[in-house]
Write a protein that binds this ligand. Structure first.
Ligand SMILES: CC(C)(COP(=O)(O)OP(=O)(O)OC[C@H]1O[C@@H](n2cnc3c(N)ncnc32)[C@H](O)[C@@H]1OP(=O)(O)O)[C@@H](O)C(=O)NCCC(=O)NCCS
Length: 160
């Protein structure tokens, strides 16, 4: 998982703000912390090797998709789409995902699965409510919500 995440995260280099880039992008210590913090990692295995990982983290009344990484050499082959569709089937709550505002490919990827970007004001509220990330990451991220979350919001259940 550690090597896939850090191989795949090279996609961010030169795209996200330079003060947010680090190498390795996710340290082993950080990865261990994510697991103890409740991120349930799923892997996609091909020919005996894991080539993609995606995390699911239940938080209060929603589930977050965290750390979605497909190995660079295996991107754009439908693997991320298969993993996301599989996980969305299993998840019973509204789903939110946060990513870098500059990661246009990731935003497009989630939009393909019915997610929509929330407004900057709602984004800030959601990141503070469900994530534990530094202020600078709040500024430079976007949040996308799935159909279930959007339907609940429409009905007035969210952000009471
Ligand atoms: C975002 C990410 C997880 C998506 O995984 P992926 O396996 O590349 O996703 P898919 O292959 O299902 O879809 C990506 C694109 O490939 C296209 N695609 C899917 N199957 C394809 C195939 N067989 N041949 C060619 N293209 C294909 C999809 O149409 C999609 O294109 P579009 O976005 O232009 O519409 C992956 O790009 C990644 O790891 N990126 C770097 C890290 C990152 O940004 N993570 C997200 C953080 S939240």
């Amino acid at each position: 998982m550690y090597s896939i995440i850090n191989d795949s995260a090279r996609a961010y280099k030169g795209v996200i703000p330079t003060d947010r880039w680090k190498e390795p992008y996710m340290s082993e210590e950080e990865l261990r912390f994510q697991i103890t913090d409740g991120v349930d990692f799923w892997g996609y295995e091909y020919g005996g090797t894991i080539i993609g990982v995606m995390g699911v983290q239940p938080r209060q009344d929603v589930t977050l998709i965290r750390h979605a990484y497909i190995r660079t050499a295996n991107r754009n082959q439908g693997i991320g789409g298969m993993m996301l569709a599989y996980l969305l089937e299993k998840i019973m709550t509204p789903v939110l995902v946060g990513t870098w505002a500059d990661a246009a490919w990731a935003i497009r990827f989630y939009e393909k699965y019915g997610f929509k970007k929330v407004s900057p004001e709602v984004k800030t509220q959601l990141l503070k409510k469900y994530w534990s990330i530094p202020e600078r990451q709040v500024e430079t991220s976007v949040v996308l919500a799935d159909r279930r979350w959007l339907a609940q919001r429409e009905a007035g259940y969210q952000l009471e």
